[in-house]
Design a protein around this ligand. Structure first.
Ligand code: GLV
Ligand code: MN
Ligand code: MN
Length: 400
């Protein structure tokens, strides 16, 4: 499976993946998914929000067990974030068939669309729409950097955007969703364990800061006469770091847009996107409020206008305790491995769906902790331990 998937959407320049929602690379990933489903005799379907499903057994029977993840990527993402969960899902099914397992519940394998939000700015669009956490009106307003709206992008990719919307009937048929994911930190590396179970996801969100100043000549405009939004932006980046340190949180400006983006022109607009996350809501509020206040003060000092828009937000997720304990129990009886329970600052479709259905996650060790980078890595032995653990869990949940 990896041999076919690894070349898809890989930049030869960076070695990273550029698999953006509804792009050509995304289409190739979707074709791959459909082929994997077909090769295993699974029924393939695309739901009203563009998520892909492969079914063993009839989902209409209800109480289905679903596993899977996403195939899209951040700009220059790694090979594992998302695809490891989908590849492992198919591999776990192969393992279970090899074991002669008999399924008593329908099994679904899912590829959620647009998990990273790299193109339209909002993460987990496919699962948010399905859960009703994103309205159709909001989805219609999502626009990429080229001015293409989400519905138009879907249409160009050959999908019908008129079907977008909450899908409670689909969710009602699912009894449990278990997402396997590469760990995006070093907790497992530090504890010396191959796999872990997720406890919670930090609350997190994205905020857009638009600093509007005055374009002018870089050579002739006196420093005192400038309204340079780059200065207030730069000071805000430093303030974000300070506020995050004070609160034990994280805050990142990882994306920026500059107009007119000329070497010899003072910018008229600097647009920066803040991603901030903290262990609890109060700390996150403190960090973001602190950054906003600092940004307004810096903007005022430079005679620059500032608009701040919250583009997305995901509250803290505490994974279903009963399902989490069930995973621990199943793994406790079937593997010699110690399986710690750990939290994460990364967002996932399992987190979005946790409001509606019981969800759980398995993490696979990442020896460097690096993620959202071409250097992201997981060792083959650990990936295989992940497949076995997922197979054990699916067997425990869905087989006699
Ligand atoms: C998704 O990977 C996120 O946490 O941003
Ligand atoms: Mn990611
Ligand atoms: Mn992911």
């Amino acid at each position: 499976m990896w041999a076919e998937l690894l070349p898809v959407g890989r930049s030869s320049a960076s070695g990273g993946y550029r698999r953006y929602a509804w792009s050509g690379a995304d289409a190739d990933c979707r074709t791959w998914f459909q082929e994997q489903a077909g090769a295993r005799g699974l029924a393939h379907e695309v739901d009203r929000n563009g998520n892909q499903w492969a079914w063993l057994g009839d989902p209409a029977a209800g109480n289905a067990v679903v596993t899977g993840s996403h195939l899209d990527s951040v700009p220059d993402g790694g090979a594992f974030d998302g695809p490891l969960g989908v590849v492992s899902a198919f591999a776990a099914l192969d393992e279970l068939r090899g074991r002669g397992a008999r399924f008593t519940r329908p099994l679904g394998i899912v590829n959620f669309g647009d998990e990273e939000g790299a193109r339209f700015g909002l993460a987990c669009v496919g699962s948010r729409l399905t859960a009703g956490a994103l309205t159709v009106e909001q989805a219609h307003r999502l626009t990429d950097g080229d001015g293409i709206t989400l519905p138009r992008a879907m249409e160009l990719a050959g999908y019908d955007p008129d079907t977008l919307g909450a899908d409670p009937e689909r969710l009602a048929r699912i009894g449990a969703f278990v997402e396997l994911h590469v760990e995006q930190g070093r907790a497992l590396d530090l504890s010396g364990d191959r796999i872990g179970i997720a406890s919670a996801i930090w609350p997190h969100g994205r905020w857009r800061f638009d600093f509007r100043g005055e374009a002018n000549h870089a050579g002739t405009t006196r420093l005192a006469d400038r309204h340079d939004p780059m200065l207030s932006y730069a000071e805000t980046v430093l303030a974000a770091r300070r506020e995050a340190e004070l609160a034990g949180a994280v805050a990142t400006f990882g994306k920026i847009g500059v107009e007119p983006n000329g070497v010899n022109a003072i910018p008229s607009l600097v647009r920066g996107w803040l991603d901030s996350r903290a262990a609890d809501q109060a700390s996150l509020d403190t960090v973001v409020t602190g950054i906003e206040q600092a940004a307004r003060a810096y903007a005022a000092a430079h005679g620059v206008d500032l608009d701040i828009v919250r583009e997305s937000f995901t509250p803290v997720v505490e994974f279903d305790h009963a399902l989490r304990d069930e995973l621990a129990r199943i793994l406790g009886t079937r593997t010699e491995l110690k399986v710690p329970v750990l939290g994460t600052g990364a967002g996932h479709d399992a987190g979005i769906l946790s409001d509606r259905i019981p969800t759980a996650m398995l993490f696979v060790r990442n020896p460097t902790g690096v993620s959202h980078s071409p250097a992201e890595y997981a060792a083959e032995d650990d990936c295989l331990a992940g497949v076995n653990a997922l197979a054990d869990v699916l067997e425990g949940l869905a087989c006699t």
